[in-house]
Design a protein around this ligand. Sequence first.
Ligand code: NDP
Ligand code: MG
Ligand code: MG
Length: 340
Amino acid sequence: TATIFYDKDIDDSVLRNKKIAVIGYGSQGHSQAQNLRDSGFSVAIGVRPGRSWDKAVRDGFDVKSVKEAAAEADIVMILLPDERQPEVYYKEIEQGLEPGNAVAFSHGFNIHFKQIVPPDFVDVFMVAPKGPGHFCRRTYLEGGGVPAFVAVQQNATGDSEKLAFAWAKGLGAARGGVLVTTFKEETETDLFGEQAVLMGGLTHLIQAGFETLVEAGYQPENAYFETFHEMKMLTDLMYENGLTGMRYSCSDTSKWGDFTEGPYVINEDTKVRMKNVLKKIQSGEFAKGWLLENKVGRPMFNALMEKESNSQLEQVGRELRKLMPFVKAGKQDSEDITAN
Ligand code: NDP
Ligand code: MG
Ligand code: MG
């Protein structure tokens, strides 16, 4: 069993006198930079001119080119898209690294799959928040924190793990719990989680349920409320009180159907396929495919983005959510969604 660390267990003084650069100002970048600043650390942003640059300036940060920010900092946290990190790292970050500096990540992909190999005179650590950036920022402002995993790949200074813990505490993550892992474990479990359960599993479960009802002749709006909209309410109850807490709020008829019909939909056969998904991650086959897709200009990725965002489920949902403005209020910039 894992040891979980909380605010009281962590001394963040090792990070207090350090110059921090957050590279990238997207989902994680804007959240981590602002949480650290609000926790009293000094943070500069390194990004290219454009949308993120302007947003970081509006948020009151000292914004520089990636090269300049990385060269000036003691700790360089790379929050660029995983598939772009190697190119930017080798062009604009590596030459600015000095002995005693640290390079940090929020996902293990590029270190684990050896797309980035930092010099041995720097610390290499990871702080991986286990939640989307916009949610991490919101939770921090509410006084809570999204849990994070920390890991150390290189410990040149002897302080690498202390830096990772201090960073996690600065993000507010230690209010939720900080767990020690390795780059390998974080990479493989993170990819599995998003592919099989959190995103791939869930989006396709909802899609299949929605289509089953619509194809049987039921109203699409009814199907949307039934298989999609209500999901958030049930997962909120799970988040707060577990599966049992969720079931407590639901009828006994629904619980009986859950216990008897659920295993007909998701079962040992599903797990066989999940295990295959995990094997492709462990062997590097998934990573290789994704890197290749990027090399050839993302033809499949772009086509799938287009197709998925134009599904009947998405079209019905967009119309219904317009009529429920309270659902969106202050939760996420629609500017962010349309621009991504
Ligand atoms: P985003 O796509 O949201 O943000 C990327 C940022 O990088 C943007 O500010 C973008 O700026 C900038 N950028 C892209 N290319 C370049 C470039 N060539 N030079 C300079 N800046 C560039 O990334 P995420 O926040 O989703 O992911 C960052 C890291 O965090 C990844 O390692 C990911 O795995 C990890 N992570 C992400 C989570 C999440 O919540 N999304 C959760 C946990 C970990 P511009 O506006 O100019 O394009
Ligand atoms: Mg994840
Ligand atoms: Mg991930």
